[in-house]
Design a protein around this ligand. Structure first.
Ligand code: ADP
Ligand code: MG
Length: 329
């Protein structure tokens, strides 16, 4: 009997170890970026496969450059019956535009195109062109009712929130399917599911805006969350010694130059983390700190152009870096 129990114990141990090590990973290019999806646990391969399919589905609905996407049809002036994803993104984006005082603006697309950030054919537009497109951004409207949407003089771009939204959707669906541990890297966005397979917290590096792809300013230790960074260094062009980045200030029509080099947002919700990383980058340090004080649904790491690092109060104990200042409530 004792031998039988020992054998059972050994077998279950072997089984447990085997499970713990089971892992599936895939790298995909989608939404104009490289994504790395890693899932641990039983059936990991199928969960990764389902995630890739889901990303493709979201991409097909949200791409501004594919003529047949829901978004492209909306931008072309059609009245479109939106999928649940696009409806949710549109609704939440319009709300976030209000909440951020317009620093995040999903109707910025005419300006994004004008500067060449959609095609990569960058150029500095004439002031008159910027004024014309700014007027369009300001006066355009979007109508949304019962899942039907129509844009009037407006063109939308979900580039600042699509990856964060995708991360949130994948995390929610993986959890519903029983996944206990996953790391979803969608370009500069990180979404975790559960804890690491060894039950410790995840370590997420904050990129050094002046360093290469593998150089980090600091490390965040987090549980299940979204960690999203927006930075001028991620996409930009230079002309006559001036750097023009892909995050535009809807107040001016020019690339944001608020004195920040990068903004990282830590939030339970990926959509919010992504939208706010863009919005706070536009706002600049002081307005971003004020905005944080007015809410309780996110934390942030802000890096200024002169290399100073500021961390909101909630992150003080989970951020490791040589030197940083804490923004208090
Ligand atoms: P990334 O996509 O590189 O991770 P962001 O999340 O900050 O960076 O999104 C930047 C993209 O969002 C731009 O490429 C553009 O398509 C769009 N965009 C630029 N400025 C704004 C803005 N102020 N509000 C909303 N979207 C913006
Ligand atoms: Mg963003």
């Amino acid at each position: 009997m004792r031998r039988y129990t020992a054998l059972l114990l050994l077998l279950s141990l072997l089984f447990l170890c085997g499970c713990g090590q089971k892992k599936a990973a895939e790298t995909v290019f989608a939404m104009d970026t490289v994504m790395e999806l890693t899932v641990w646990g039983s059936d990991a391969g199928n969960h990764v496969k389902a995630a890739v399919e889901r990303i493709r589905e979201l991409e097909a609905a949200l791409s501004v450059t594919r003529a047949d996407s829901e978004l492209a049809r909306l931008n072309a002036g059609e009245t479109v019956a939106l999928s649940a994803d696009t409806e949710s993104l549109l609704e939440r984006s319009l709300a976030l535009r209000e909440e951020t005082g317009g620093a995040f603006d999903p109707m910025i697309y005419p300006l994004v195109k004008l500067w060449g950030f959609t095609t990569g054919e960058y150029r500095v537009p004439a002031e008159t062109e910027i004024a014309e497109m700014l007027a369009k951004v300001r006066t355009g409207t979007v109508e949304l009712e019962d899942g039907m949407a129509a844009a009037h003089g407006a063109e939308l771009d979900f580039g600042a929130v699509a990856k964060g939204y995708a991360g949130a959707v994948l995390a929610r669906e993986m959890k519903a399917a029983g996944v206990e541990s996953a790391l979803l890297q969608l370009g500069g966005n990180v979404q975790t599911v559960g804890l690491k397979p060894d039950s410790s917290r995840w370590r997420v590096g904050i990129r050094d805006p002046w360093g290469g792809e593998d150089s980090y300013l600091g490390v965040l230790e987090v549980g299940e969350t979204a960690v999203v960074t927006s930075g001028g260094y991620q996409r930009y062009f230079e002309e006559a010694g001036t750097r023009y980045c892909h995050i535009l200030d809807p107040a001016t029509g020019y690339p944001a130059s608020s004195g920040l080099a990068s903004v990282t947002i830590v939030a339970e919700d990926g959509f919010l983390a992504d939208g706010l990383s863009t919005a706070l980058y536009v706002m600049g340090l002081d307005a971003a700190a004020e905005f944080w004080r007015s809410r309780d649904d996110f934390e942030a790491v802000l890096v200024t152009d002169n290399g100073r690092i500021y961390v909101t109060g909630g992150l003080r104990d989970c951020f490791a870096c040589e030197e940083f200042q804490v923004i208090e409530r």
